[in-house]
Design a protein around this ligand. Sequence first.
Ligand code: SF4
Ligand code: SF4
Length: 342
Amino acid sequence: MTMYVYELDRVEHLRDWLALRNDVFQPVDNGLGNGSWEAIAHGEVAHFDPQLRPLVSPKSMFFSEQESLFVFDSETFATTKPKHGSQVLFGVKACDLVAISYQDKHFQQDPYYQARRQKTLLVGIDCSAPCENGFCRSVNAGPQVNENIADLILTPMPTIGGDMQGWWLICSSNNGRAAVSGMDLRPADSSWKSWREMNRRHSEAGFKSDTHIINGIQRINARAVPDEHWQQFAHQCISCSGCSQICPTCSCYTTRDLQEDDKYRRQRVWDSCQLEGFQKEASGANPSAEAGRRMYRFWYHKFSEDIALKMGRFGCTGCGRCETVCPGSVGVHSIMEKISNA
Ligand code: SF4
Ligand code: SF4
């Protein structure tokens, strides 16, 4: 579609406008240098930090950590599909938008996921610098927002003497354009494109070397890492499942049935391929009983070209979160270093 671009002095004006008709969520600093996705009501004075990339991705806004699927009352099954109002995710980084589009494909036929997703407007934000452990550039997931994923995109105007001059607001979908219709916005002149390109180049120049990532991807796909090496790497894994819980593209779940008086409720809850029982069959057979097999499976799913062919891209968006949370130092950078040298 034709992109309409406007000038914006303060992103908070846009957020407040969107909060008139929608529930708006944005990353909010928790005071510990991290953040989470919090609701911001219309009229609320809340600072928006364009650099803040929360440790928790917006995955759970669509794929709930725990939710009811149906209730059985001994005679009938009643689905418990969520009834969801319209919401806005405000300030989503390029890597997390790519993860959302990956999950959109995976959960295309899932009515629970779609009940939330179809009611959501995505406001993306271009990064001006790499985040901690991020390598989105190496896996084609950032640092600039892909116009085909977001509805609205915020891109920073250049700073003058250290002061921010404002933002350009790009309407990249019909829904995005409709959402700002009625707002008093100045159309941008054509210079925005070259400034946006300059911001992308400046941001990309700040990334550290990604040789270990590129080598690691090649070796995983060449099946060049022997099983005994995976088993050695896995000695550092304590099966906490932190990596898969935090990963914005992990989508595995299990179900459990709960009795509530004379009814039964089926719930689905996030699962993890790093847990020993994940693939255990009723017969007792377990193809991933060994920690090394589980570790191989996880990283194969993130970087395999076979899966990329099916899904249109690698399963890793380069957010670096697993490196930050892994207590055993086998997150993405550490493991790719090991794989490169195995
Ligand atoms: S594997 Fe790690 S770096 Fe890649 S998307 Fe998942 S959490 Fe982010
Ligand atoms: S976060 Fe690290 S220790 Fe925990 S399951 Fe993942 S690889 Fe293992």
